[in-house]
Design a protein around this ligand. Structure first.
Ligand SMILES: [Zn+2]
Length: 227
């Protein structure tokens, strides 16, 4: 323990990178005690950990704990994140920001708010998402992506030997470290909740997985995460 941080040698948690929020879940001790994880992954000086609510005296160095990820929340994030890629295809303007949560998210674009109506974007997203596009993740040399302006929006360290990229069917490749489903058919129905002017020639496209409108409790952590 380091304060309220339980240092671990490895974890299955997605740490949350860029606009993507981290996994949530719990840690299970040998005696059956389940500890809620507060926040995602703690990372400092190359060490991993999870912030938990426990007295340090209950654990000793070398004790084994089981890291459990809330798989329902993870899958909601995967579907939401992939849906945002679909929106980026349907709304082809420069991306300047965004956020991915379990079932809801948004992307900020550099464009005038009259570029497209919410109704048309909704139609385009539905058309693309229902094409059952395979989602391919791979690696590319940074120099081979240099001419792709859609990639330049991301602040990748130039020293990296390879950039993780994602492609949807035959559509363009985008640099991304996020979590994706394997096929767009897994996304389900997407609701465009608005194209909101943000000033400075920026708009925010807000979206949700359609079931979130009927079952908002899905956005909260499951009581029994899976390992
Ligand atoms: Zn992605």
């Amino acid at each position: 323990m380091r304060g309220d941080i339980l240092v671990v040698d490895r974890t299955v948690y997605y740490p949350g990178i860029g606009v993507s929020s981290p996994d949530c879940g719990s840690l299970l001790l040998d005696d059956g005690t389940r500890l809620g994880v507060l926040g995602g992954v703690w990372l400092e000086h190359g060490r991993l950990g999870h912030r938990v609510d426990i007295n340090a005296g209950r654990l000793a160095i070398g004790d084994e704990v089981t890291v459990k990820v809330d798989s329902m929340q993870r899958y909601l994030r995967m579907r939401t994140h992939t849906a945002l890629h679909i929106i980026a295809l349907a709304f082809p303007f420069a991306i300047v920001g965004g956020q991915v949560g379990p079932g809801r998210g948004h992307i900020d674009f550099k464009v005038d708010h009259t570029a497209m109506s919410t109704t048309l974007l909704q139609h385009q997203v539905h058309r693309l998402a229902t094409q059952d596009l395979p989602v391919d993740v791979g690696w590319r040399e940074p120099t081979k992506l240099a001419s792709d302006e859609r990639v330049e929006q991301f602040t990748w360290p130039q020293a990296r030997d390879a950039i993780r990229v994602v492609g949807l069917g035959n559509f363009e490749v985008q640099a991304c470290d996020g979590l994706h489903v394997r096929n767009t058919s897994e996304i389900g129905n997407v609701t465009i909740n608005g194209i909101v002017p943000m000033g400075n020639d920026q708009v925010r496209v807000k979206m949700s997985l359609t079931e979130m409108e009927s079952f908002p409790f899905l956005a909260h952590a499951s009581p029994h995460p899976s390992t």
